[in-house]
Design a protein around this ligand. Structure first.
Ligand code: AMP
Length: 622
């Protein structure tokens, strides 16, 4: 507490800190609070979620505003409704002894007139999502012309979600001499640009280092065949009976599917993604917080609002496209001083990405083995034994004891233990009795090694023919009748593409394409001299050379995703319809057409953004 006092906070706030049970300031609090209290300055703080950054800007704001005045003096912009509500709640807690303080949350998916009424009563602090905020300003429901402090929280997320224009417009209604405090977990170019544009000589504070994962999180990866991904997930869960986790998938479809499978298989699981209504999402989140759900399967967009502190594991069921997204995912665990584990299930074709992530987050991954059936049975057995040892005796059972004794009197203690444990053990043992080893051998990222047995091909179709790297990969593997990992380093350019297979498939590839035609057009494949050095299977040039930050998902993804087009929630959250990828057979359009007929459908289904993001019926609104 003395440490909080030495930061310069006043007694009413210190009282709230005592009530909240905060003992020592976190790093970001220690670094920012004195600066913000001492002078009116702009500030850029690089800090992960869960590091206590709400308090880092919340306490100084509350100390500096004039509570007696009803004028709006502080504005906090946050990317999602969930975060907005969480910050509002925290601010109310921090200011609970400040008589007359009114903090109002403004977000989409709720009654705008109720919010306008709350504002009318006089809110010194508004916490808002950009979409609804812009709306209310333009309808003259909110006046921010006198704000003195503006916080851009999770700035990288807001920009990722396409809120650049909304933020710009909102800020244009605010005074130029206010102090702007920007908080971001990562510092991509876009955030640096916004800092430059809207801030004057900001003080810079870094907690840990930019883009670096939390020191509280350890990182593990598990190498399996792509087809064993789900079994691997179940084993990881079975080997951690007290798991409380978020399982990340890339698409809404996979998210739903994995959650449904888990539920069917008896796990306490739930899904959260943009196809659910706000009510459904609230319900799922409530069950998760209450621990009725132990495994929350989520898309990246929907997970943005998850504000649960004691998540033990983050499981990357599939890796994200962007490494920065991995930082956000793993930051869901290891919060508020606790430790956490971020697990990645990878197939051979993806394992190269682990090294890129390591480089970015400056943390080493440990390669671990998926536990065997025997190991899981053992873990479950001892878990049960420990639970029994810890269980308090319910003496209401006493009246039944004579009868129970009668039923069990012929058995020795040892027999009873065996019988009792067999109830649970048999279930796991039966399931895992004949289970195979799911681990596969694979190389990490040795370029020379990578090239040794691999052939790179040039193919004369590309983005113009409405392929992106995923649809191209699916098309090739279906046509060549190869497995998911057999076609890799797919790199789709405008009118041509590249891909790799192992050398052993060279003959097959060349023979299939020796006379391959599609609706009159010859599709040819040649062996390329370019080996596809960057080792990615994505359709991107090395070092991001030929793409915007959204990735060169050609015309079906990246091209549609313009920065600042408000089309929030599309980052990586495709809804890939498996039935209509897989290539030519299902296509009705032809290469000769200006507009291939399949394109609308393919784009519509394969790259449908999670436009609902975190709520509301309308796109663009939170
Ligand atoms: P945040 O990064 O603001 O989302 O905070 C993450 C969690 O840490 C929240 O539940 C806060 O209430 C909690 N927290 C913030 N500051 C402290 C502190 N100094 N000591 C303990 N917990 C804290």
């Amino acid at each position: 507490m003395t440490k909080f006092k030495s930061l310069g906070l006043n007694d009413t706030l210190l009282q709230a800190i005592t009530d909240l049970g905060f003992e020592t300031p976190s790093e970001v609090q220690e670094k920012t609070i004195p600066i913000l209290l001492e002078k009116d300055t702009d500030l850029v703080a690089l800090a992960q979620t869960g590091t206590g950054k709400t308090a880092a800007f919340g306490f100084p704001m509350l100390q500096k505003i004039d509570i007696k005045s009803r004028t709006t003096q502080g504005l906090i912009l946050s990317p999602t409704r969930e975060l907005c509500l969480q910050i509002t709640n925290e601010m109310k807690n921090y200011g609970k002894h400040e008589k007359g303080l009114n903090v109002v949350a403004i977000y989409g998916g709720a009654s705008i007139s109720d919010q306008a009424r709350a504002i009318k009563k006089g809110a010194q602090v508004i916490v808002a999502t950009p979409g609804r905020m812009k709306d209310m300003i333009s309808r003259n429901m909110i006046d921010i012309s006198k704000i003195e402090y503006c916080v851009l929280d999770e700035a990288d997320e807001m920009l990722n979600m396409g809120f650049y224009e909304d933020i710009t417009e909102i800020l244009s209604y605010s005074p130029g001499d206010k102090s702007t405090w920007l908080f971001s977990a990562t510092m991509p170019r876009e955030v640096a640009t916004i800092a430059k544009k809207f801030m004057h000589n900001p003080v810079e504070v870094t907690v840990g280092s930019a883009n670096v994962g939390s020191s509280q999180v350890s990182h593990e990866y598990y190498l399996v065949n792509a087809r064993d991904r789900y079994s691997a997930l179940k084993r990881l869960a079975d080997a951690q009976p007290d798991i409380f986790s978020v399982v990340f998938c890339r698409t809404k479809r996979d998210t739903q599917k994995v959650a449904e499978q888990l539920i069917q298989d008896g796990y306490n699981a739930g899904a959260i993604h943009g196809d659910l209504s706000q009510n459904q999402r609230d319900m799922v989140m409530r069950s998760f917080r209450n621990r009725q759900i132990q495994m929350l399967v989520a898309t990246d967009v929907a997970a943005r609002g998850i504000d649960v502190d004691d998540i033990t594991h983050v499981i990357n069921y599939q890796l994200p496209d962007e490494i920065e997204t991995y930082t956000h995912r793993s930051g869901r665990t290891g919060r508020a001083g606790k430790t956490g584990i971020s697990m990645v299930i990878v197939s051979k074709s993806e394992v190269r990405k682990i090294s890129s992530i390591e480089k970015k987050i400056q943390k080493k991954f440990e390669k671990k083995d998926i536990p065997s059936g025997d190991q899981i049975c053992e873990v479950q057995l001892y878990h049960l034994a420990n639970n029994i040892a810890k269980t308090e005796i319910n003496h209401e059972i006493d009246i039944h004891l004579p009868k129970l004794n009668e039923v069990l009197e012929d058995f020795s203690k040892e027999e009873l233990i065996k019988k009792f444990f067999s109830v649970e053990f048999t279930r796991f043992n039966n399931y895992y009795k004949k289970s195979k080893d799911l681990n596969v051998e694979g190389r990490r990222s040795n370029y020379e090694e990578d090239q040794k047995d691999s052939t790179r091909y040039f193919i004369n179709i590309g983005a113009k023919d409405d392929f992106d790297w995923m649809t191209m990969k699916d098309f090739l593997k279906d046509l060549l009748n190869l497995g998911k990992d057999d076609v890799y380093k797919v790199d789709v350019k405008d009118s041509f593409s590249f891909f790799n297979t192992d050398d052993k498939h060279q003959e097959l590839v060349l023979s299939v394409f020796s006379e391959f035609q599609l609706e009159g057009r010859r599709v040819s494949v040649e062996i390329s001299k370019d080996k596809g050095r960057d080792g990615r299977s994505g359709g991107r040039g090395r070092g991001g050379r030929d793409r915007g930050r959204g990735g060169d998902r050609s015309r079906s993804g990246g091209g549609d995703r313009r920065r600042g087009d408000h089309d929030r929630g599309d980052k990586g959250e495709r809804d890939r319809g498996s039935s209509d990828r897989g290539g030519f057979k299902k296509r009705s359009g032809g290469f000769g057409d200006d507009k291939p007929k399949f394109s609308g459908k393919r784009r519509g289904r394969s790259d449908k953004p999670d436009s609902k993001g975190t709520g509301g019926k309308r796109r663009r609104r939170v």
